[in-house]
Design a protein around this ligand. Sequence first.
Ligand SMILES: N[C@@H](CCC(=O)N[C@@H](CS)C(=O)NCC(=O)O)C(=O)O
Length: 206
Amino acid sequence: MYRLYTRPGSGGFVVEAALALTGAPFDQIDVPKKDPPDQAFLDISPLNQVPVLILPDGQSMTESAAICILLAERHPEAGLAPAAGSPARADFLRWMAFMSSVLYPAVLRFFYAHRYTADAEGVKAVKEAAITEMDRGFAILDKALAGRDWLVGDTLSIADIYLVMLVAWHPDVGRARTAWPNVERLWGKLREDALMRKLNASHEMW
Ligand SMILES: N[C@@H](CCC(=O)N[C@@H](CS)C(=O)NCC(=O)O)C(=O)O
C-alpha cells in the first residue's frame, strides 16, 4: 500500500489526484508545517517538503513530477500519461520537467522569497522577479495549449492537473485567468471535474 505525506494547498494536490486516478489504496498523512521539523520526516524528505510518497516496498520518494511519472508507469491502465513510445510521450516528459523545474521553483521563490536573498530589503525584488518568471512560463504553456483540449495527446493526463495546480498558485489569479486564455480554458474544464472538486474541497486551491 502507498503512503502519501501531503498538506492542504501543497504540491501533494497533484499526487493525490494521481493516486485517486489509479484507484490504488493509499494512506494519507497531513504534515503540519513545523520548525524545527521532525527528524523522522527529514529522514524521508531532507528538504522538509511535501509531497513524499512511500512506495509499497517502503522506499520513500520526493519530487512531485517524478512521483507522478512513476505512478503513471506503475499504473498504465489509469492513463495518467501517454504510453512510453507513443508520439505524445516526448511532450509529456518535456512539460512535466518544465513545470517542475521552471514554474514550481518560481512559485516557491515568491512564497519563500526570504530564502532567495541575503538582503532583508531584497524580498520585494525576489517576489517581483518570481512573478515575471511565472508569467514567462505560463505564457509558454498557454501557447502549447493553443488549439488543443489537453496539454499532451488527446486526453487528460496528469500534466494537465499539474498545470492547473501551478496556475492556481499564481499570486494574481485574476490576471492569470485573463492573460492565458488556453490555460484558463483547461482550468475551467477541470474546475467542473468531480475529482478536482473533491480535492479542492480539502486543498482550497481555488
Ligand atoms: N521540488 C519539490 C518541491 C516541493 C515543495 O516545495 N513543497 C512545498 C509545499 S508546495 C513545501 O513542502 N514547502 C515547505 C518548505 O519548503 O519548507 C516537488 O516538486 O515536490
